[in-house]
Design a protein around this ligand. Structure first.
Ligand SMILES: [Zn+2]
Length: 487
């Protein structure tokens, strides 16, 4: 829409690595440091962990009853339990002594457990199953890939490096690879289950031997909704905020475990049903949201969040299903706190697996697009609001919408710098810095100020008052934008 005008600024689309970069977040070192500081009083997230929930070690194995565990162990020794010979077989019915049943029931339980294990392994370690012989992951696990893993015919060193990157402790790598081999074999041996996953996100398609991340995510969401309804799904890890403003206390900004659990349940209900749901954000505001996973998107997993105002935010993710659940709940929480009239200043997010050397996230003004790096590591409220603020800053900077001719003079020649009119003067008038990163450029000062303002607003009237006293001129502009957008 406004892209043509925006491309006249110094920003360019992300055509090649290292170019077009508008690194909008604090330098990595500072960012990690403050994240560590913030985390030291809580549970410290491992910088490498990308498993189910940021910073949480990927769950190693699905939980089994003692009986099922024993049966699986025997089977692994080549000593499979035979229902007929099982002396505990009492007609296969569960009993007080043997709540999992035995015989035929036991076989069904084991089958379900192996199925669940296989799905979890493929989802958590998709980057290892994907082209295990070499080459970069392409988002697709082919039947050939499964065969290579099952037969142990792959680049073991590369697989170990990928597992460690995914947060598996080195001491457990061998065990994990062994189990992954069994999961691959299970997939190969069970065509019906394999085909179910194969077409999970390909509406109307036939099985083609390719399991995409989008298929896995869809299947994981179906599984997790069942668990969630039973109260058996652990909530994802709370995000670690940067906490880098001198004057704004962000310590209570993150959601409680109960709030996270409830929001993730709402996300699972929304995606699985395709119907609007009532989503309650951390501030207790409830909004009707539609959260859809788009079909037939190849290896990529694509979601769309549409709020009551009708604007749609597109999210393209390289992550696994469990991580997508966590990511969508966070995004929905932060997104529903953005005043509706300001939401269309950003149109899409991309969630990358790999870390970036210099940035937690990047905003691209040419297409109102934000990219987050390093899995869930930097997907927190402050970075979200910082990047969203760039969208707002470029939207309200006097360019675009054909209004330049009429009102350009109001913006004192500073149009296209990613700040609303009068921002320079406000910074001068306040006479103090919002954060060290804010000092690197005016647009960064605006982004940091907006994020701090949103944080203060979330912390209540007293916090907002303190912010206003510290930054009266900036506050006047920020609050004006907010209130006007709220209608
Ligand atoms: Zn920035």
């Amino acid at each position: 829409m406004r892209d043509i005008v925006r491309q006249t600024s110094s920003y360019t689309p992300p055509t090649a690595a290292g170019t077009g970069r508008d690194a909008q977040s604090p330098p990595k070192a500072q960012n990690l440091q403050s994240a560590k500081d913030a985390a030291s009083s809580q549970t410290a997230p491992s910088p490498n962990a990308h498993g189910a929930g940021a910073g949480r070690e990927p769950s190693d194995e699905v939980s089994l009853s003692p009986e099922a565990m024993r049966a699986l162990r025997e089977e692994e020794r080549g000593d499979a339990v035979s229902p007929q010979e099982d002396p505990t077989d009492a007609g296969g019915r569960p009993s007080a002594e043997n709540p999992w049943g035995s015989g035929k029931d036991m076989e069904e339980v084991l089958q379900a457990m192996r199925e669940r294990q296989a799905l979890e392994d493929l989802d958590h370690y998709a980057d290892v199953y994907d082209n295990p012989g070499g080459g970069d992951p392409d988002g697709i696990i082919s039947t050939g890939d499964l065969d290579d893993i099952a037969r142990g015919d792959y680049d073991r060193e590369a697989a170990i490096r990928r597992l460690v990157d995914l947060g598996v402790p080195e001491a457990r790598v061998d065990r994990t690879l062994e189990r992954m081999g069994r999961s691959a074999q299970y997939m190969l041996d069970n065509e019906e289950f394999r085909n179910q996953i194969d077409v999970a996100n390909d509406f109307g398609g036939d099985p083609d031997g390719d399991i995409a991340r989008s298929d896995l995510s869809r299947a994981v969401f179906q599984r997790e909704l069942q668990l969630s309804r039973q109260g058996a799904l652990l909530p994802g890890q709370a995000a670690a905020n940067r906490d880098s403003y001198d004057t704004v206390d962000t310590s209570n900004a993150e959601r409680s475990a109960q709030a996270i659990q409830s929001q993730e349940r709402q996300i699972l209900e929304a995606v699985n049903s395709g119907q609007p749901i009532s989503f309650t954000n951390a501030n207790g505001q409830t909004e009707e949201l539609t959260v859809r996973q788009m079909g037939n998107t190849g290896g990529a997993t694509v979601y769309e969040i549409t709020g009551a105002d009708g604007h749609t935010l597109r999210i393209e993710s390289e992550l696994g299903g469990s991580e997508n659940r966590v990511a969508l709940a966070r995004i929905a929480d932060y997104y529903t706190q953005v005043p509706p009239e300001l939401r269309d200043t950003v149109s899409s997010f991309e969630l990358h697996r790999k870390p970036d050397e210099t940035a937690a996230a990047t905003y691209f003004s040419s297409n109102d697009h934000v990219e987050f790096y390093d899995g869930l590591e930097h997907l927190n409220e402050e970075v979200f609001n910082h990047e969203y603020a760039h969208g707002i800053g470029f939207d309200r900077d006097g360019l675009g919408e054909g209004v330049l001719d009429q009102i350009g003079q109001f913006f004192t020649g500073r149009d296209g710098e990613g700040t609303p009119g009068g921002w320079d003067d406000a910074v001068e008038a306040d006479g103090r810095s919002i954060s060290s990163y804010g000092d690197t450029a005016r647009k960064e000062d605006f982004a940091e100020s907006w994020a701090a303002y949103m944080e203060a607003r979330e912390n209540g009237p007293e916090a907002l008052k303190r912010f206003e006293e510290a930054f009266p001129a900036r506050y006047a502009i920020l609050d004006g934008l907010y209130e006007e957008a709220m209608g």
